[in-house]
Design a protein around this ligand. Structure first.
Ligand code: FAD
Length: 565
């Protein structure tokens, strides 16, 4: 039975960075992923990573922009850690082989991104996530003697010992259907976000909130779950992302009158205001009848104003996306976009070392809420978050492991229980709904009522729908009864995770009776610092219902002020 000092669940940027740090600290490490590591969702990250590298820049300016972007609900101690450590982390990436774009003088080039007071985003064309993910994977290979990789293994359950500390997990080998127990002194969750609870979303099919729900079921509190980022430039047809790098290079947003409407909403920053501001501006134009395209449901993104040579050099992937998924050559004509679900600011509550309130359980990356993004994440701050807090979690977990004995394995009886749960799913009669139907209804409902604009009635409707779907999910049937690559069974488990996460998101949104960051309540349009300058936490009560709590926002040097761009 495998036993490790540090078991990392998830092999995106957060998981791989954690694995590398833990291995370098001398721990025995295992990293597990339900897809091959370099197919993790991080591979999709396009535009870049923020760091105050320019000598004229300063980490405090980056931190202030992040605090402001968060609408003054990000924890400033965590933001300080992230921004202070950013330049060193990006240089480290460069030294281990990430080929960041350089300017004519040979220095690392930086591009503009939303909400930033200066050019601060390092990039590899528009494949930054892919470039970093592949280099980290190569680096992990150097540690093959102390790092075991479990690729295409699906974690179904986190294990706890008698004291309540996390002691490993149960996972299913996707290739064979075999279940196995993994014992570990520490577990780091790096399982990513839950974008698939929304439709459309920019997120990969694997982003189903597995780790968030598994931690929640264990008793770990979730935080800021109501804060869901809608990205301003997603293809109307399918939610594919056109990176913010396009606006960073100078692209314009136009309504049906051909106006650059951001003049009205953010006269100083225009298209480069923060994402929540731009998404709301677009949705307002659409709702007020100035949308473009069939049914007026979109907005034009005009990249033709960027020199063609520059577009082909720095935005080549979205040139391909435009051609392949919208039939548009963005170097010659505007492309139809609209806001679409992109990122969740909330997740498992952690401290700056990735530790959760449950002993031995850490979390980093999109699964976690440290909280550095608060009500709204600035573009290019997520890759940074994954790397800084992935590394810190890896180092911390390795240090903790050094002083403790290996927990006892729980053995065959526990495995039999888990197998019984899976057999129960496979044995379901064809009387229930299909998993895909339930998922589809969930995503559509969330996109309708838990999106850019929210109301009490809409949110209550969404909660009713989510709770009905939770019941229906209990009888959803699977067609595939086999053991080899049975994605159908895994789909049933993922549906349960998405529904748990969605319920927490809606409850948080109903609770927060104000507008801040990504949470815009039409019925409470103002930010209300007196009552709501606090985090909303959600913990599970005995029968599984999320219970609301609060946590204070840490302020260090930036007092709340009105947010204007
Ligand atoms: C199109 C797009 C472009 C983006 N561009 C940028 C950008 O330019 N800059 C930026 O800062 N951010 C960007 N982001 C956001 C950023 O990419 C993500 O937030 C970040 O990569 C998340 O990384 P992660 O390591 O937390 O999780 P992920 O990369 O999502 O990895 C999750 C891992 O967990 C594993 N996993 C999940 N559940 C299980 C389970 N049950 N069992 C086993 N393994 C499991 C998966 O297999 C995977 O390995 C972008 C996002 C998208 C969608």
């Amino acid at each position: 039975m495998p036993a490790h000092d540090v078991l990392i669940l998830g092999a995106g940027l957060a998981g791989q960075r954690a694995a590398l740090a833990a291995a370098e600290a001398g721990a025995s490490v295992a990293i597990m992923s339900k897809v091959h590591p370099v197919r993790s969702h991080s591979v999709a990250a396009a535009g870049g990573i923020n760091a105050a590298i320019n000598p004229a820049d300063d980490w405090r300016s980056h931190a202030y922009d992040t605090v402001k972007g968060s609408d003054f609900i990000g924890d400033q101690d965590a933001i300080e850690v992230m921004c202070r450590e950013a330049p060193h982390e990006v240089m480290h990436l460069e030294h281990i082989g990430v080929t960041f774009h350089r300017n004519e003088t040979g220095q690392m080039d930086l591009r503009a991104f939303g909400g930033a007071s200066m050019k601060r985003t390092a990039y590899v064309a528009d494949i930054t996530g892919q470039a970093i993910l592949h280099v980290l994977y190569e680096q992990l290979m150097k540690h093959h003697e102390t790092v075991d990789r479990y690729e295409e293994w699906f974690t179904t359950h986190l294990l706890q010992d008698e004291s309540g500390a996390v002691s490993g997990c149960i996972a299913r080998d996707i290739r064979t259907g075999e279940l196995q127990e993994f014992t570990a002194k520490n577990v780091i969750l790096a399982t990513g976000g839950v974008g698939q609870a929304f439709k459309p979303t920019t997120n990969g099919l694997i982003c189903t909130g597995d780790g968030i729900a598994q931690a929640f079921r264990l008793g770990a509190p979730l935080m800021d779950m109501e804060m869901v980022q809608y990205h301003p430039t997603c293809l109307v047809e399918n939610g594919f992302l056109i990176t913010e790098g396009a606006r960073g290079e100078g692209a314009h947003l136009l309504n049906s009158n051909g106006e650059r409407f951001m003049e009205k909403y953010a006269p100083n920053k225009m298209e480069l205001a923060s994402r929540d501001v731009v998404s709301r501006a677009e949705q307002t134009e659409i709702n007020e009848g100035r949308g473009v395209g069939p049914g007026g449901v979109g907005i034009y993104l005009d990249v033709t104003v960027v020199p063609r040579k520059r577009t082909l050099e720095a935005l080549r992937e979205i040139v391909n996306i435009g051609k392949d998924f919208a039939g548009v050559d963005i170097t010659r004509e505007p492309i139809l976009i609209r806001p679409g679900q992109h990122y969740i600011m909330g997740g498992v509550k952690t401290d700056v070392d990735g530790a959760t309130p449950i002993s031995g359980l850490y979390a980093a990356g999109e699964v976690a809420c440290v909280s550095v993004h608060g009500g709204n994440r600035l573009g290019a701050n997520s890759l940074l978050d994954t790397l800084i807090f992935g590394r810190r979690a890896g180092e911390h977990a390795a240090a903790r492991a050094a002083g403790m004995p290996m927990p006892k394995a729980q053995g065959q009886a526990r495995l039999n229980d888990e197998q019984g749960m899976i057999d129960g799913i496979i044995a379901r009669e064809k009387t229930g709904r299909r998993i895909s139907e339930i998922k589809d209804e969930l995503g559509t409902e969330m996109n309708k009522n838990v999106a850019v604009f929210r109301t009490q009635d809409g949110l209550e409707h969404a909660l009713d729908v989510v709770r009905r779907l939770k019941e229906e999910a209990k009888t959803a049937y699977v067609d595939d009864k086999g053991t080899v690559f049975n994605q159908d069974v895994l789909g049933a488990l993922e549906l349960g995770y998405m529904l748990d996460c969605a319920e927490c998101t809606v409850i948080g949104a109903i609770e927060r009776k104000e507008s801040r960051g990504a949470q815009f309540r039409v019925d409470f349009p103002d930010r209300n610092d007196d009552e709501w300058q606090k985090h909303i936490t959600l913990s599970r009560d005995g029968d599984g219902t999320p219970v609301v709590g609060y946590s204070p926002v840490t302020i260090t040097q930036w007092q709340p002020e009105e947010r204007k761009y």
